[in-house]
Design a protein around this ligand. Structure first.
Ligand code: ZN
Ligand code: ZN
Length: 98
């Protein structure tokens, strides 16, 4: 008996989600929309549609300005400085009192 493998399914030509007349060029990795060459934008080595790209960019911009560790380091430095000053001041007061 001869086993005949089923014919390889040729996927129907994918079309751009925005431009139905254009063949798909890439797929958005976030919403898996099909995109034509004009709609697809590569960012961080991944294809994105315009909508997902702006969301990604917005999120990146929001997170970038002040990394949390800088705030923590600054706060602890201020505390250290203030603490040292308070200690010196308290010592001076105690020295003056006694
Ligand atoms: Zn998308
Ligand atoms: Zn398109």
């Amino acid at each position: 008996m001869r086993y005949t493998s089923p014919p390889v399914m040729t996927p129907a030509l994918q079309r751009c989600a925005v431009h139905e007349q254009r063949p798909a060029f890439a797929r958005c990795m976030s919403c898996s929309k099909m995109l034509c060459q004009e709609c697809a934008t590569q960012w961080d080595g991944i294809w994105h549609c315009a909508a997902c790209l702006s969301t990604k960019r917005g999120a990146a911009v929001k997170h970038r300005p002040v990394p949390a560790w800088i705030a923590v380091v600054t706060a602890s430095l201020i505390l250290l400085f203030a603490g040292a000053r308070v200690m010196v001041w308290t010592a001076a007061v105690i020295a003056g009192l006694f």
